[in-house]
Design a binder for this molecule. Structure first.
Ligand code: NAP
Length: 326
Protein backbone atom coordinates (compact mmCIF):
# COMPACT_ATOMS: atom_id res chain seq x y z
CA UNK A 1 0.00 0.00 0.00
CA UNK A 2 0.98 3.65 -0.24
CA UNK A 3 2.25 4.53 3.23
CA UNK A 4 3.17 8.05 4.32
CA UNK A 5 5.55 8.54 7.24
CA UNK A 6 5.29 11.98 8.81
CA UNK A 7 8.92 12.29 9.91
CA UNK A 8 11.25 9.51 8.83
CA UNK A 9 14.77 10.94 8.91
CA UNK A 10 15.58 10.52 12.59
CA UNK A 11 15.25 7.87 15.26
CA UNK A 12 11.80 6.28 15.41
CA UNK A 13 10.75 7.57 12.01
CA UNK A 14 13.75 5.89 10.31
CA UNK A 15 12.76 2.56 11.80
CA UNK A 16 9.16 3.06 10.65
CA UNK A 17 10.38 3.67 7.09
CA UNK A 18 12.53 0.52 7.18
CA UNK A 19 9.68 -1.57 8.62
CA UNK A 20 7.24 -0.30 6.00
CA UNK A 21 9.67 -0.95 3.14
CA UNK A 22 10.39 -4.45 4.48
CA UNK A 23 6.67 -5.15 4.41
CA UNK A 24 6.49 -4.17 0.76
CA UNK A 25 4.79 -0.80 1.04
CA UNK A 26 5.37 2.11 -1.30
CA UNK A 27 6.75 4.61 1.22
CA UNK A 28 6.99 8.39 1.17
CA UNK A 29 8.20 10.62 3.99
CA UNK A 30 7.25 14.20 4.75
CA UNK A 31 9.89 16.34 6.45
CA UNK A 32 11.19 19.88 6.09
CA UNK A 33 14.49 18.57 4.74
CA UNK A 34 16.40 20.00 7.70
CA UNK A 35 17.67 16.80 9.35
CA UNK A 36 18.83 14.74 6.42
CA UNK A 37 17.26 12.03 4.27
CA UNK A 38 15.13 9.01 5.02
CA UNK A 39 16.52 5.50 4.41
CA UNK A 40 17.00 4.49 0.76
CA UNK A 41 13.87 3.26 -0.92
CA UNK A 42 11.52 5.91 0.44
CA UNK A 43 10.45 8.93 -1.56
CA UNK A 44 11.40 12.10 0.33
CA UNK A 45 8.67 14.74 0.18
CA UNK A 46 9.36 18.12 1.72
CA UNK A 47 7.21 20.68 3.49
CA UNK A 48 6.60 22.19 6.91
CA UNK A 49 3.58 20.45 8.38
CA UNK A 50 2.83 23.51 10.50
CA UNK A 51 1.90 25.25 7.25
CA UNK A 52 -1.64 24.32 6.10
CA UNK A 53 -0.73 24.42 2.42
CA UNK A 54 2.45 22.35 2.66
CA UNK A 55 1.12 18.81 3.03
CA UNK A 56 -1.30 18.90 0.06
CA UNK A 57 1.38 20.62 -2.04
CA UNK A 58 4.03 18.03 -1.17
CA UNK A 59 1.68 15.10 -1.81
CA UNK A 60 0.77 16.60 -5.20
CA UNK A 61 -1.97 14.07 -5.84
CA UNK A 62 -0.13 11.06 -4.34
CA UNK A 63 -2.85 9.64 -2.06
CA UNK A 64 -1.55 7.67 0.92
CA UNK A 65 -3.63 4.76 2.16
CA UNK A 66 -1.80 4.46 5.48
CA UNK A 67 -0.08 7.04 7.69
CA UNK A 68 2.40 6.66 10.54
CA UNK A 69 2.78 10.03 12.23
CA UNK A 70 6.02 10.36 14.22
CA UNK A 71 6.52 14.12 13.99
CA UNK A 72 3.50 15.88 15.47
CA UNK A 73 4.60 18.48 18.01
CA UNK A 74 2.20 21.39 17.47
CA UNK A 75 -1.52 22.04 17.34
CA UNK A 76 -1.19 23.33 13.78
CA UNK A 77 0.58 20.13 12.72
CA UNK A 78 -2.34 18.07 14.04
CA UNK A 79 -5.00 20.27 12.41
CA UNK A 80 -3.23 20.25 9.06
CA UNK A 81 -2.81 16.48 9.08
CA UNK A 82 -6.49 16.01 10.00
CA UNK A 83 -7.50 18.26 7.10
CA UNK A 84 -5.25 16.59 4.51
CA UNK A 85 -5.24 12.92 5.53
CA UNK A 86 -8.73 12.19 6.86
CA UNK A 87 -9.48 9.66 4.11
CA UNK A 88 -6.73 7.14 4.85
CA UNK A 89 -7.53 3.55 5.85
CA UNK A 90 -5.31 3.52 8.92
CA UNK A 91 -3.50 6.27 10.84
CA UNK A 92 -1.04 5.36 13.59
CA UNK A 93 0.02 8.34 15.68
CA UNK A 94 3.00 8.58 18.03
CA UNK A 95 1.85 10.19 21.24
CA UNK A 96 3.26 10.01 24.74
CA UNK A 97 2.29 8.93 28.24
CA UNK A 98 2.63 12.67 28.90
CA UNK A 99 -0.78 13.03 27.24
CA UNK A 100 -2.21 11.77 30.56
CA UNK A 101 -2.90 14.52 33.06
CA UNK A 102 -1.52 12.31 35.81
CA UNK A 103 1.74 11.20 34.15
CA UNK A 104 4.18 11.47 35.58
CA UNK A 105 3.84 10.26 38.29
CA UNK A 106 1.00 7.92 37.33
CA UNK A 107 0.12 5.15 37.89
CA UNK A 108 -1.82 4.64 34.64
CA UNK A 109 -4.38 1.91 35.08
CA UNK A 110 -5.65 1.88 31.50
CA UNK A 111 -6.16 4.01 28.40
CA UNK A 112 -9.33 5.64 29.82
CA UNK A 113 -7.47 7.75 32.35
CA UNK A 114 -7.99 11.49 31.80
CA UNK A 115 -5.77 13.29 29.30
CA UNK A 116 -4.85 16.98 29.18
CA UNK A 117 -7.52 19.38 27.98
CA UNK A 118 -5.69 22.66 28.58
CA UNK A 119 -4.83 24.93 25.67
CA UNK A 120 -1.19 25.67 26.48
CA UNK A 121 1.65 24.55 24.24
CA UNK A 122 3.31 22.12 26.63
CA UNK A 123 4.26 18.70 25.26
CA UNK A 124 1.55 16.60 26.95
CA UNK A 125 -1.39 18.93 26.26
CA UNK A 126 -0.34 19.27 22.60
CA UNK A 127 -0.15 15.49 22.15
CA UNK A 128 -3.59 15.12 23.79
CA UNK A 129 -5.03 17.83 21.55
CA UNK A 130 -3.56 16.17 18.46
CA UNK A 131 -5.13 12.86 19.45
CA UNK A 132 -8.58 14.51 19.73
CA UNK A 133 -8.22 16.48 16.51
CA UNK A 134 -7.21 13.46 14.43
CA UNK A 135 -9.65 11.04 16.09
CA UNK A 136 -12.51 13.46 15.35
CA UNK A 137 -11.85 13.05 11.63
CA UNK A 138 -10.59 9.46 11.43
CA UNK A 139 -12.74 7.77 14.10
CA UNK A 140 -11.76 4.16 14.67
CA UNK A 141 -9.20 4.25 11.85
CA UNK A 142 -7.03 6.33 14.22
CA UNK A 143 -4.71 4.70 16.74
CA UNK A 144 -2.66 6.69 19.22
CA UNK A 145 0.42 5.01 20.68
CA UNK A 146 1.25 6.61 24.02
CA UNK A 147 4.94 5.82 24.29
CA UNK A 148 7.05 6.12 27.42
CA UNK A 149 10.80 5.70 27.03
CA UNK A 150 11.89 4.73 23.52
CA UNK A 151 15.40 3.27 23.09
CA UNK A 152 17.48 1.69 20.36
CA UNK A 153 19.90 2.45 17.51
CA UNK A 154 19.68 5.97 16.00
CA UNK A 155 18.48 7.46 19.32
CA UNK A 156 19.82 11.01 19.34
CA UNK A 157 17.87 11.95 22.46
CA UNK A 158 20.80 9.99 23.93
CA UNK A 159 19.64 9.10 27.45
CA UNK A 160 20.65 5.45 27.25
CA UNK A 161 23.55 6.41 24.98
CA UNK A 162 25.03 8.72 27.61
CA UNK A 163 25.09 5.90 30.14
CA UNK A 164 26.72 3.58 27.62
CA UNK A 165 29.52 6.04 26.85
CA UNK A 166 30.00 6.77 30.54
CA UNK A 167 30.22 3.08 31.42
CA UNK A 168 32.66 2.51 28.54
CA UNK A 169 34.95 5.22 29.96
CA UNK A 170 35.12 3.08 33.10
CA UNK A 171 36.38 4.07 36.53
CA UNK A 172 34.09 5.14 39.35
CA UNK A 173 30.67 6.07 38.00
CA UNK A 174 28.13 8.02 40.03
CA UNK A 175 24.74 6.29 39.98
CA UNK A 176 21.67 7.13 42.04
CA UNK A 177 21.27 4.85 45.03
CA UNK A 178 17.75 4.15 43.78
CA UNK A 179 18.89 1.19 41.72
CA UNK A 180 15.81 -0.82 42.60
CA UNK A 181 13.44 1.70 41.03
CA UNK A 182 11.37 0.17 38.23
CA UNK A 183 11.72 1.30 34.63
CA UNK A 184 10.01 0.24 31.40
CA UNK A 185 11.10 0.88 27.85
CA UNK A 186 10.19 0.05 24.30
CA UNK A 187 12.67 -0.63 21.51
CA UNK A 188 12.14 1.77 18.60
CA UNK A 189 12.38 -1.10 16.11
CA UNK A 190 9.59 -3.00 17.88
CA UNK A 191 7.42 0.10 18.12
CA UNK A 192 8.06 0.99 14.48
CA UNK A 193 7.13 -2.43 13.08
CA UNK A 194 4.07 -2.55 15.27
CA UNK A 195 2.91 0.94 14.19
CA UNK A 196 3.00 -0.20 10.57
CA UNK A 197 1.16 -3.37 11.53
CA UNK A 198 -1.69 -1.63 13.40
CA UNK A 199 -2.05 0.93 10.60
CA UNK A 200 -2.35 -1.93 8.08
CA UNK A 201 -4.95 -3.62 10.26
CA UNK A 202 -6.87 -0.33 10.65
CA UNK A 203 -6.94 -0.70 14.43
CA UNK A 204 -8.13 2.31 16.40
CA UNK A 205 -8.12 3.73 19.92
CA UNK A 206 -5.45 4.51 22.47
CA UNK A 207 -2.66 2.15 23.47
CA UNK A 208 -0.08 2.51 26.22
CA UNK A 209 2.85 1.66 23.97
CA UNK A 210 5.59 0.77 26.38
CA UNK A 211 7.14 -2.25 28.03
CA UNK A 212 5.26 -4.12 30.75
CA UNK A 213 5.40 -2.94 34.36
CA UNK A 214 8.22 -4.76 36.13
CA UNK A 215 10.29 -5.44 33.00
CA UNK A 216 13.46 -4.18 34.65
CA UNK A 217 14.90 -1.75 37.18
CA UNK A 218 17.24 1.19 36.83
CA UNK A 219 19.97 -0.95 38.40
CA UNK A 220 19.23 -3.85 36.06
CA UNK A 221 19.47 -1.57 33.04
CA UNK A 222 22.69 0.09 34.22
CA UNK A 223 24.26 -3.30 34.94
CA UNK A 224 23.52 -4.36 31.36
CA UNK A 225 25.11 -1.09 30.16
CA UNK A 226 28.18 -1.89 32.25
CA UNK A 227 28.43 -5.41 30.88
CA UNK A 228 27.98 -4.62 27.18
CA UNK A 229 30.60 -1.87 27.34
CA UNK A 230 33.27 -4.11 28.84
CA UNK A 231 32.46 -4.28 32.51
CA UNK A 232 35.23 -1.97 33.78
CA UNK A 233 32.99 0.60 35.41
CA UNK A 234 32.70 0.68 39.17
CA UNK A 235 29.20 1.87 40.09
CA UNK A 236 29.16 4.22 43.09
CA UNK A 237 25.62 4.66 44.44
CA UNK A 238 25.07 8.18 45.76
CA UNK A 239 22.09 8.94 48.01
CA UNK A 240 19.31 10.79 46.25
CA UNK A 241 19.40 13.56 48.87
CA UNK A 242 23.10 14.23 48.08
CA UNK A 243 22.40 14.33 44.36
CA UNK A 244 19.52 16.75 44.83
CA UNK A 245 21.59 18.91 47.20
CA UNK A 246 24.32 19.07 44.52
CA UNK A 247 21.76 20.25 41.96
CA UNK A 248 21.84 17.03 39.92
CA UNK A 249 18.65 17.01 37.93
CA UNK A 250 16.79 13.70 37.66
CA UNK A 251 16.23 12.42 34.08
CA UNK A 252 18.44 15.17 32.64
CA UNK A 253 21.81 15.09 34.46
CA UNK A 254 21.53 11.44 35.40
CA UNK A 255 19.33 10.18 32.59
CA UNK A 256 16.56 7.66 33.29
CA UNK A 257 16.66 8.32 37.05
CA UNK A 258 13.43 9.68 38.55
CA UNK A 259 12.92 11.06 42.05
CA UNK A 260 11.85 8.29 44.41
CA UNK A 261 8.25 9.52 44.81
CA UNK A 262 7.78 9.72 41.02
CA UNK A 263 9.55 6.45 40.23
CA UNK A 264 7.31 4.59 42.68
CA UNK A 265 4.40 4.78 40.22
CA UNK A 266 5.65 6.24 36.89
CA UNK A 267 6.34 2.86 35.30
CA UNK A 268 3.24 1.28 36.76
CA UNK A 269 1.44 1.55 33.45
CA UNK A 270 -1.14 -0.96 32.32
CA UNK A 271 0.00 -2.23 28.92
CA UNK A 272 -2.56 -5.02 28.55
CA UNK A 273 -3.91 -3.59 25.30
CA UNK A 274 -0.42 -3.22 23.81
CA UNK A 275 0.29 -6.86 24.62
CA UNK A 276 -3.06 -7.98 23.18
CA UNK A 277 -2.32 -6.06 19.99
CA UNK A 278 1.10 -7.65 19.68
CA UNK A 279 3.54 -4.86 20.60
CA UNK A 280 6.73 -6.91 21.11
CA UNK A 281 8.92 -6.79 24.20
CA UNK A 282 12.51 -7.23 23.08
CA UNK A 283 15.01 -8.38 25.72
CA UNK A 284 16.60 -5.33 27.38
CA UNK A 285 20.08 -6.73 26.73
CA UNK A 286 19.45 -6.84 22.98
CA UNK A 287 18.24 -3.21 22.88
CA UNK A 288 21.22 -2.06 24.93
CA UNK A 289 23.80 -4.08 22.98
CA UNK A 290 22.45 -2.95 19.61
CA UNK A 291 22.38 0.67 20.76
CA UNK A 292 26.02 0.35 21.82
CA UNK A 293 26.98 -1.25 18.47
CA UNK A 294 25.35 1.65 16.65
CA UNK A 295 26.80 4.30 18.95
CA UNK A 296 30.39 3.11 18.52
CA UNK A 297 30.19 3.81 14.79
CA UNK A 298 27.86 6.81 14.94
CA UNK A 299 30.56 9.49 15.36
CA UNK A 300 29.42 12.90 16.59
CA UNK A 301 25.68 12.74 17.28
CA UNK A 302 23.30 15.32 15.84
CA UNK A 303 21.80 17.57 18.50
CA UNK A 304 18.77 16.11 20.29
CA UNK A 305 15.50 16.92 18.49
CA UNK A 306 12.80 19.42 19.47
CA UNK A 307 15.26 21.68 21.27
CA UNK A 308 15.85 19.08 24.00
CA UNK A 309 19.04 19.59 26.01
CA UNK A 310 21.81 16.99 25.80
CA UNK A 311 21.51 14.76 28.87
CA UNK A 312 24.37 13.74 31.12
CA UNK A 313 26.48 14.67 34.11
CA UNK A 314 29.45 16.88 33.52
CA UNK A 315 32.73 15.04 34.48
CA UNK A 316 33.76 17.79 36.92
CA UNK A 317 30.48 17.57 38.77
CA UNK A 318 30.77 13.80 38.85
CA UNK A 319 34.32 14.07 40.22
CA UNK A 320 33.12 16.45 42.92
CA UNK A 321 30.40 14.01 43.94
CA UNK A 322 32.93 11.17 43.99
CA UNK A 323 35.30 13.31 46.03
CA UNK A 324 32.62 13.53 48.66
CA UNK A 325 32.61 9.75 48.90
CA UNK A 326 36.35 8.95 49.25
N1 NAP B 1 12.23 9.52 22.57
C1 NAP B 1 11.35 9.11 23.45
O1 NAP B 1 11.69 8.48 24.45
C2 NAP B 1 9.86 9.42 23.21
C3 NAP B 1 8.94 9.07 24.19
C4 NAP B 1 7.58 9.26 23.93
C5 NAP B 1 7.17 9.78 22.73
N2 NAP B 1 8.08 10.17 21.81
C6 NAP B 1 7.61 10.69 20.52
O2 NAP B 1 8.13 9.82 19.54
C7 NAP B 1 8.36 10.54 18.33
C8 NAP B 1 9.82 10.37 17.98
O3 NAP B 1 10.01 10.54 16.64
P1 NAP B 1 11.46 10.42 16.00
O4 NAP B 1 12.31 9.58 16.84
O5 NAP B 1 11.32 10.00 14.58
O6 NAP B 1 12.12 11.83 16.16
P2 NAP B 1 11.65 13.30 16.03
O7 NAP B 1 12.75 14.03 16.53
O8 NAP B 1 10.39 13.63 16.64
O9 NAP B 1 11.58 13.42 14.39
C9 NAP B 1 11.15 14.50 13.83
C10 NAP B 1 11.00 14.19 12.34
O10 NAP B 1 10.00 15.03 11.84
C11 NAP B 1 10.52 15.96 10.91
N3 NAP B 1 9.93 17.25 11.26
C12 NAP B 1 10.16 18.00 12.37
N4 NAP B 1 9.42 19.13 12.32
C13 NAP B 1 8.71 19.08 11.16
C14 NAP B 1 7.78 19.97 10.53
N5 NAP B 1 7.42 21.13 11.11
N6 NAP B 1 7.24 19.61 9.36
C15 NAP B 1 7.60 18.44 8.76
N7 NAP B 1 8.47 17.57 9.30
C16 NAP B 1 9.03 17.90 10.48
C17 NAP B 1 12.03 15.91 11.08
O11 NAP B 1 12.69 16.19 9.86
P3 NAP B 1 13.11 17.71 9.49
O12 NAP B 1 13.81 18.24 10.70
O13 NAP B 1 14.01 17.55 8.31
O14 NAP B 1 11.85 18.43 9.19
C18 NAP B 1 12.23 14.46 11.52
O15 NAP B 1 12.24 13.59 10.42
C19 NAP B 1 7.99 11.97 18.59
O16 NAP B 1 6.66 12.20 18.18
C20 NAP B 1 8.06 12.07 20.12
O17 NAP B 1 7.21 13.07 20.62
C21 NAP B 1 9.42 10.00 22.02
Amino acid sequence: MRLLVLGGTLFLGRHVVRAALDRGHEVATLTRGVTGSPPDGARALHGDRDDAAALPAALAGWAPELVVDTSCQTRAAARNAAAALGDVRGYAFVSSLNAYRNWPPGPIRGEDEPVWETDDDEYGPVKAFAERELAAVLGDRFLTARAGLIVGPHDIVDRLGWWLRRMARGGRVVVPDALDQPIALVDARDLAGWLVDVAERGIGGAVNATGPAGMTTLGGLLEVCREVTGGDADLVPVPEADLVAAGVEPWQDLPLWLPREVAATAWDVDTTRARQLGLPVRPVRESVADTWDWLRDAGELAPPPRGLARPGLDPDREAALLGLRR
